[in-house]
Design a binder for this molecule. Sequence first.
Ligand code: GUK
Length: 444
Amino acid sequence: MEASSSGRSAGRFQPGPALPPASNILPGTGGKPAVVASDEESVGKITYYTNNHLGKGADGIVFRGYFHCDDANKRPAAVKRIELAKQSNADREVALLLQLDDNPHVVRYFCTEKDGQFLYIAIELCAVSLDKCFTKENPFDLRGLNPVMLLQQTMMGLEHLHSHNIVHRDVKPHNILLKDHSDSVTVKISDFGMSKQLADSRQSYSMRSGALGTMGWNAPEVLDESRKVNPTSAVDIFSAGCVFYYVLTGGKHPFGEPYRQTANIMDGKYNLNGLQKDKHEDIVATDLIEQMLNMEPQGRPSAESVLKHPFFWSLEKQLMFFQDVSDRIVNEKLDGPIIQQLESGGQEVVRNNWIKHITAVLRKDLEIRKGAYEEGSVKSLLRAIRNKKHHYHDSPKEVQETLGSIPDDFVSYFTSRFPHLLLHTFLAVRSFAEELTLQHYYLM
Ligand code: GUK
């Protein structure tokens, strides 16, 4: 995806107005901020506006300001001001940010400065946080960034953190920022004030280092002290599962109203009723979110595995999967384990008789080869999809019209009529993926 927004290219530097002559700026900060204007303060390469609070981070106040990258250029920045008394946290946060500074989905760190009282961290300024962008009064224009892409980029940011053995520990809409570019919007994970680096990915962090994440978004093992497990990166996956539901429902929480959330999380009582039970996209989303909300941290998928879930598959990839599965199972024995697995629970998938649920034009077309298809079989439905795709261009015009264009409309024709088909097939074939050379659809 978007190679252009790697955040490091000089091309993205926005030249600002030239700074005043060197003699005017910051004559020896000498530990105290040099006051430039009534509400404007500067420390080294950072300027910030004391009357322009952007918000509160996990460990300090965030102001609007600038990072003066060189004598001629400045970049808008979020400036986090942390009391020196809390500096050990801040130093850790900066050390983490420095390691991570090459991912488009993690906020970019500019610099730090210090005066007698505070440490200042300048970070790239983003347009809005996710908790503010679904408000009815002031909806943020996502400019083509759909919810699936938004969540994909969130997971790419988390995957990057986890690949550096960093657990964020405070994943929530407030810390997921949207950055405005000239022609698009991208997602950035922010605020590492609560983050922990583990010695290796299997390792856990020893608990109760004081701070907890935020109520309502914390995993059960973080809330429940009697569970003697040391949390791992799986805590972020749980929180991200809550964020998935929040984004897909435009602001709902799987664990209910704020005052009930903590109790419900400890009891594992979530409710995903904001997603429809008979809609393809929602069925796929529900499977992924349920895995992410697993009470047991070991039962949750890794960030990498989340990104491999069919929830993120393009329509083209969905069609390719149906076609590949059909091609790889043609010679499997009907009483063998693969077909048995595929047909088990298949009645609901084909809605008892799939031929009844397709348009008359397609039904007629398929009847030409009567006997080739079985009305109650998943394998047979997959074969029909495969054959109609393979022979699309030599099919009559009315058949092409009813199916729509390849790949998007064509695959949606089937998944809208058979909303369980993709997830069912994905899960049924999983344990035979290697045998059927379908590994690239799974994280093996
Ligand atoms: C214009 C507003 C919505 N932008 C921002 C507000 C806030 Cl509160 N924080 N923030 C904004 N852009 C970037 C950041 C930001 C704050 C952080 C605190 N710790 N780490 C941070 C990373 C980015």
